[in-house]
Write a protein that binds this ligand. Structure first.
Ligand code: GLP
Length: 244
């Protein structure tokens, strides 16, 4: 796995935003896979800035987000969809028709998951999948387990993950939904390129296990060792345990 280390989370965000803008210029109909969480916020801030400066055009791009809470409607300010609107979509020229999201308020989960898989296939697959890293090694909402699910599915969140998401729910972990919808490991792995982001010293141990430890469903991100085109972008804090 190729690693790139940046001085700060901000410089990492700036570099990746430039890379995304460069790709959009080379291939305007680029399909992006996007994460939520604190980690991509500097990236989204910088993409907005580049767009406002006329340097990032999303006019023909399409996006697929990784996951959404189950039972949370799109318009709920606590939804991941609302998070993306606030941090990115409201500020760029991405057509709402080309923003794809799992509908957490669906009445038919199976059907919704199938719809998402089909939509990704119809878009021609994901060109660049950007990932965050959960403290317990999850990607999307693929939580550590005895076995991982291949395709988009309904998933139960661990107490640690609910705690990590509490900021969206007035800092009350108990208010975080117990379940979510998430792209599966195969959905993620079909992306032509993957960039995983991790910042801050609290992620250092997880980054080390992901890159140097065994490939195990107990640390879903470790499967990234098997992808042929993956890069890990970290700041100095998250790189703290790596021998570089
Ligand atoms: C959530 C999301 C993940 C994300 C992770 C890390 O649980 N479902 O997709 O990568 O949090 O979040 P943060 O970037 O805030 O550490």
């Amino acid at each position: 796995m190729r690693v790139r280390v940046f001085a700060t989370a901000e410089s990492l965000g700036r570099a990746l935003a430039l890379e995304v803008a460069r790709r959009l210029a080379a291939k305007p109909d680029t399909v992006l896979g996007l994460p939520t969480g604190r980690t991509p916020i500097p990236l989204y801030r910088e993409l907005v800035r580049l767009h406002l400066a006329g340097r990032a055009d999303f006019g023909r791009a399409a996006t697929f987000n990784l996951d959404e809470f189950l039972g949370v409607v799109t318009l709920d300010p606590r939804s991941y969809r609302a998070f993306m609107q606030r941090h990115l979509f409201d500020h760029i020229n991405l057509s709402p028709r080309r923003i794809q999201f799992l509908n957490g308020a669906t009445r038919d989960v199976e059907r919704e998951c199938r719809r998402y898989e089909r939509a990704i296939a119809r878009a021609g697959g994901i060109d660049l999948q950007i990932l965050g890293l959960g403290m317990n090694g999850h990607i999307g909402f693929n939580e550590p387990a005895r076995a991982l699910v291949a395709r988009t599915h309904r998933t139960r969140l661990t107490p640690a993950t609910r705690r990590a998401n509490a900021t969206l729910f007035e800092n009350r972990a108990s208010a975080v939904p117990r379940e979510a919808l998430s792209m599966g490991m195969a959905t993620i792995f079909h992306a032509r390129q993957i960039v995983l982001l991790a910042t801050g010293a609290t992620k250092a141990r997880c980054v080390q296990r992901m890159m140097a430890g065994p490939v195990t469903p107990r640390l879903p991100a470790s499967f990234l060792q098997l992808h042929r085109n993956v890069e890990v972008w970290v700041d100095r804090g998250a790189a703290g345990n790596l021998e570089l």
